[in-house]
Design a binder for this molecule. Structure first.
Ligand SMILES: NC(=O)c1ccc[n+]([C@@H]2O[C@H](COP(=O)([O-])OP(=O)(O)OC[C@H]3O[C@@H](n4cnc5c(N)ncnc54)[C@H](O)[C@@H]3O)[C@@H](O)[C@H]2O)c1
Length: 368
């Protein structure tokens, strides 16, 4: 049996986690041979509900569930974590402006970034789910000076799964036979679900659908799916979010299917002309626990316009919370570096703009 890994999860008594924890304990995320220690974190008022969830987990008698620990603070909860799933966030309350929502979450995620920096395993992999997910991930990452920005991601896999599912329904294909659907940008209604490179049974997906349906119905449907679910159910998507979190982490840790792309919110290195240093959803492939942006995709004017629109929204969000971002991590987010096992730091630039003589310079695609 392998050694157990520590997975810290905030918002553990919430709707998404109530679906997710059981999938993790059953081995759906980290593999059927990987024991897990769940470090469950909640706000103090929700600790009783969390105790109830822990009892239910225990009652499932999962062979892979090594230990459950409960925490009412992130400093303890993140201790030695190999993985951190940041799901808890402050929802938008009545009369709350977008700016207030960004600022109140900025406080929560600054503290979480600092706590990860101080207490988590040095190789921790972080997934931010709580909204506004991209900007919250940026705040956490900017507050963790000793971790690499490449250790922070945000969830856009739910959007990718939605895009695949809706296309499958329209064309009659099995979702399994649909590949290379891309989500660019923000996890918000400005996201761009891009089918230009998607295939169905290996053939271009765009040959199976009309451009009018794609532009006028499909794109808005994917973009607004979260809101439509809230309208229909009265609560936000939880089982599908739990599935997407499982997919995101499994692919990041265990690798993507050969030939497939998946979309992840990651710190931009300037690829495809997107501003460096923001958390933007890109198509990536993963191997050995690292992700690599898919390079060289042809971008049409139609796509470029939409990729820029969602980039602008992220820049606007960053402008609102800029005063809360530590200045000393700005450079590390624009000049991405990785530390090799030898202890050497290598800085990789996607735009071929090497910085100074001190850094090693690689012309390969960025591997993080
Ligand atoms: N990125 C995505 O694709 C995606 C998809 C669906 C939902 N979401 C977001 O995920 C978040 C959680 O959704 P949910 O349906 O589980 O919400 P929920 O309200 O059911 O649960 C959230 C839980 O987080 C806890 N919490 C709040 N602040 C916390 C903190 N600072 N530390 C620890 N715990 C904290 C709350 O007590 C609550 O139990 C929301 O922000 C939602 O908008 C994101």
């Amino acid at each position: 049996m392998r050694r157990p890994v520590r997975i810290a999860i905030t918002g553990s008594a919430g709707s998404i986690a109530s679906n997710l924890l059981f999938k993790i304990a059953a081995g759906e995320m980290m593999g059927k041979d990987q024991p897990v220690i769940l470090q469950l974190i909640e706000v103090p008022q929700a600790m009783e509900a969390l105790r109830g969830i822990a009892m239910e987990l225990e009652d499932c008698a999962y062979p892979l569930l090594h230990t459950i620990t409960l925490h009412d603070n992130v400093e303890e909860g993140f201790s030695n974590a190999h993985y951190a799933l940041l799901i808890g966030a402050r929802p938008r309350g009545p009369g709350m402006e977008r700016r207030d929502l960004l600022e109140v979450n900025a406080e929560i995620f600054s503290r979480q970034g600092k706590a990860l920096n101080e207490h988590a395993n040095r190789d921790v992999k972080v997934l931010v789910v709580g909204n506004p997910a991209n900007t919250n991930a940026l705040i956490a990452s900017r507050n963790a000076p000793d971790l690499s920005p490449s250790q922070f991601t945000c969830l856009t896999r739910l959007d990718q799964n939605r895009a695949r599912g809706i296309l499958a329904t329209q064309t009659g294909a099995n979702p399994r036979d649909i590949a290379r659907v891309i989500i660019w940008g923000n996890h918000s209604p400005t996201q761009y679900p891009d089918l230009s490179h998607a295939t169905i049974h290996g053939h271009p997906a765009m040959d199976e659908i009309s451009q009018d349906w794609y532009a006028d119905e499909y794109i808005p449907q994917v973009q607004n799916r979260g809101g439509d679910i809230i309208k229909a159910r009265g609560v936000s998507s939880a089982p599908s979010a739990a599935q997407a979190i499982t997919d995101h982490m499994r692919d990041w840790c265990l690798g993507t299917e050969p030939g497939e792309f998946v979309s992840m919110g990651i710190v931009s290195d300037g690829s495809y002309g997107i501003e460096k240093g923001i958390i933007y959803s890109y198509p990536v492939r993963c191997n050995y626990g690292r992700y690599q942006i898919i390079q060289g995709l042809e971008i049409s004017d139609f796509s470029r316009e939409r990729m820029k629109k969602t980039e602008q929204e992220l820049l606007d969000e960053m402008a609102v919370i800029e005063h809360l971002l530590p200045k000393d991590t700005a450079d590390s987010h624009k000049n991405l570096s990785i530390r090799l096992r030898s202890g050497q730091t290598v800085t990789l630039y996607s735009d071929n703009a090497g910085p100074d003589g001190k850094s090693l310079y690689s012309e390969t695609d960025r591997v993080l």
